[in-house]
Design a protein around this ligand. Structure first.
Ligand SMILES: Nc1ncnc2c1ncn2[C@@H]1O[C@H](COP(=O)(O)OP(=O)(O)OP(=O)(O)O)[C@@H](O)[C@H]1O
Ligand SMILES: [Mg+2]
Length: 285
């Protein structure tokens, strides 16, 4: 089932100060001709994508359009069958998420890769635990639990989540929305080039969603590139600089939220019109 938020008149938002993003240089991340099949099912049928520093690129599309497959191919969770990936213009081949992470790409997957039985701080530092200083850390590999909890607390607070009391609390005791907040806090704390968020507000209330959107803007203003996958059109129109529309495993074009309305976005998403047809309608009017 597709959960589309009702498009409103606010869909056509005039941003007072359109942000200037330099797209003349080399994209931070670039994909060309990505193909990924699962047996007979085509996940991606040749998708191109360009992502620049200091921008939020939203990815929208119906269920099964290939959004998650696309970002999994960009971040090492899946290895594409065909296609090229470039980071700062240099060809890369991520074999696992850790490879992308080491290159500065942090991802919150739709399936939320948190480990329920572990506590919040440990989840935040998964695969990058902080060792204690001196021989206790270097020789005995002892973890700096206190330090990790302190940093976890800062990351979660920065996200404005007040309802999480104790960083030593197991993630399985958190609500769905709080878990999502932990996953977003982790990505925001460790992403250095690119942060990718697959439906980060799906389980969140209004206030918490607003905080995640604020975090996205903060990362973008710090010069990172953000990819946001969302079914929530108002959220997309609020924070995106460009909108990649994914349809039936292919890219159906890139919308400009300052030029295109939410209903127009839905029209392209469902295939009722192409972006060129929208432009044609405008020219006729
Ligand atoms: N691991 C997998 N094995 C088999 N088929 C898969 C797998 N992952 C994705 N697919 C298929 O690939 C297509 C694209 O799926 P994908 O998860 O990328 O869609 P999506 O756009 O993220 O959808 P949603 O909005 O529901 O999250 C679907 O037809 C899906 O069934
Ligand atoms: Mg998905």
């Amino acid at each position: 089932m597709t959960m589309l938020s009702t498009p409103t008149e606010a869909g056509h938002m005039e941003k007072k100060n359109p942000r200037q993003i330099d797209r003349t240089g080399t994209p931070v991340l670039e994909a060309k001709g990505l193909v990924k099949t699962f047996g007979h099912v085509v996940g991606l049928a040749g998708v191109d994508l360009e992502l620049y520093a200091g921008e939020v690129l939203a990815v929208i599309g119906d269920n099964g359009a290939g959004k998650s497959t696309l970002i999994q191919c960009l971040t090492g969770a899946l290895v594409p069958d065909q296609g090229e990936l470039r980071l700062d213009g240099r060809p890369v081949a991520f074999k696992r998420p850790q490879d992308a992470r080491e290159a500065g790409i942090e991802t919150v997957y739709q399936s939320l890769a948190v480990i329920p039985a572990l506590d919040i701080a440990t989840n935040l530092f998964l695969a990058r635990e902080v060792r204690r200083r001196g021989p206790l850390g270097t020789v005995f590999r002892m973890l700096d639990k206190k330090g990790m909890r302190r940093r976890a607390e800062t990351a979660v607070r920065e996200l404005g989540v007040q309802t999480i009391q104790n960083m030593g609390q197991a993630v399985e005791t958190l609500s769905g929305g709080q878990r999502q907040a932990v996953a977003v806090a982790r990505a925001a704390a460790f992403g250095s080039r690119v942060v990718v968020l697959d439906e980060p507000t799906a389980a969140l209330g209004v206030k918490e969603s607003g905080q995640v959107l604020g975090t996205i803007e903060r990362l973008r203003d710090a010069g990172l590139a953000v990819i946001l996958i969302s079914h929530n059109m108002p959220h997309v129109w609020q924070v995106a600089d460009r909108i990649h529309v994914q349809r039936l495993g292919r890219g159906a074009g890139v919308l400009d939220p300052r030029m295109h309305t939410m209903p127009e976005g839905v029209t392209v998403m469902t295939g009722a019109a192409t972006i060129d047809e929208l432009a044609g309608v405008r020219a006729d009017a």
